[in-house]
Design a protein around this ligand. Structure first.
Ligand code: TXA
Ligand code: MG
Length: 352
């Protein structure tokens, strides 16, 4: 299958392109599209065969449920059998936006879309192209991130093409995404609201709206004894092919440790890399590194979230074998960044 890439600017959405994308979805095909978090791989959420195609294109285990994207708040009642007041409050505060809610599913949502669960993940994205696309496609788009399973989520259409070329007919290119890490997931089906995946909408923000919010204890742990409640959080994710280690401590000690480790690796003819920040960049100007990558500035957690997946992908493009990354505080958006970095590193961490 030939994969076409069509650019759409947020300011000037082409109705003909949206119509074509909508028709592809109604015909059971898949279309990749931009959202404010990462690119999604969309199919008709109410069509079991489309969901099966999504799993196939991603190489994803079919027990890992998909998020259903909507383009009007009211449509939540079409796909959920119960919508508690907490969901309405959160929607008022943060929708459209990077927040996904888990709710009991309505019968019309096929089990293929929800990985066999009787709950459904619902998200109303804010990206104008995403909204226009969902509307043109009938209102209910099942979409995981548009990467091959295990790779970092795509933050550019170019990365979608890398992973999906030949597998889907159309990629809508909306340029670079704004946030760069996937939506926050909150489960509203238990006794107390529970954070399952950290994201741009932080736990503090959720608590402002709801009061208490629990947190899946397997989210940040190295050896979780329990099963993560979001099935996707079980799998190894985002990991580069090389060995990635996170290093925490005072900046100059971290840099000294990483330089020494990479000097040793270089002596064994390994390709070395460091993932650092604007602030620490000058500390890594030596030939022991084949690659020095900047993840953004410590002064802006947003910048780190935006650059993170690009940098992880480039580690593979450059075939780096031994990679070190600096750590961040888990405050605010830092929790989402550290959750992804810890997964990418398979929880290999060093404190210096
Ligand atoms: O920002 C995002 O959420 C992006 C964009 C495209 O919207 N989508 C995304 O989808 O990250 P995906 O499939 O890569 O991640 C969805 C996560 C998985 O960890 C999955 O297990 C969890 O949501 N999930 C989906 N339905 C669930 C359910 N009913 N109960 C618990 N977890 C669920
Ligand atoms: Mg994903």
């Amino acid at each position: 299958m030939e994969t076409r890439v069509v650019f759409q600017s947020e300011q000037n959405i082409d109705a003909a392109v949206m119509k074509e994308a909508g028709e592809l979805i109604r015909a059971g095909e898949l279309v990749a599209f931009p959202t404010e978090t990462v690119y999604g791989l969309g199919g008709d959420a109410l069509n079991a065969a489309s969901s099966a195609k999504i799993y196939q294109a991603k190489g994803r285990p079919s027990d890992n449920p998909l998020i259903v994207h909507i383009c009007r708040f009211e449509d939540i009642y079409e796909i959920c059998s119960q919508v508690p007041p907490e969901a309405e409050k959160l929607a008022k505060a943060y929708w459209p936006g990077p927040l996904t809610m888990i709710l009991p599913k309505a019968e019309r949502v096929p089990g293929e879309t929800t990985g066999g669960l009787d709950t459904v993940a619902v998200r109303f994205p804010s990206h104008p192209v995403a909204k226009a696309f969902i509307e043109a496609a009938g209102g209910f788009i099942a979409a995981p991130s548009a990467n091959v399973s295990g790779r970092p989520s795509p933050t550019l259409a170019r990365y979608v093409l890398e992973d999906m070329n030949g597998k889907i007919p159309l990629i809508i290119d909306g340029g670079a995404v704004g946030i760069g890490v996937e939506s926050t997931i909150i489960d509203l089906t238990g006794e107390e609201p529970e954070l399952l995946r950290p994201g741009y909408i932080t736990r503090e923000m959720l608590m402002e709206t709801l009061g208490t919010v629990g947190q899946d204890r397997t989210m940040m742990e190295a050896h979780p004894t329990g099963r993560p409640k979001a099935p996707g959080m079980r799998y190894r994710h985002y990991a580069p092919k090389g060995e990635l280690t996170l290093v925490s401590g005072k900046s100059d000690r971290v840099a000294a440790y990483i330089r020494e480790q990479c000097r040793l690796a270089k002596a064994e003819h390994k390709k070395t890399g460091v993932l650092c920040t604007e602030e620490s960049l000058p500390l890594y100007q030596t030939e022991v590194f084949d690659s020095v990558k900047c993840m953004g500035s410590r002064a802006s957690q947003e910048s780190v979230a935006r650059e993170l997946y690009r940098v992880l992908r480039e580690c593979d493009d450059e075939e780096l074998e031994v990679i070190f990354a600096e750590s961040f505080s888990e405050e605010g958006l830092g929790q989402a960044v550290m959750n992804r970095l810890l997964k990418a590193a398979g929880h290999r961490t060093v404190e210096v």
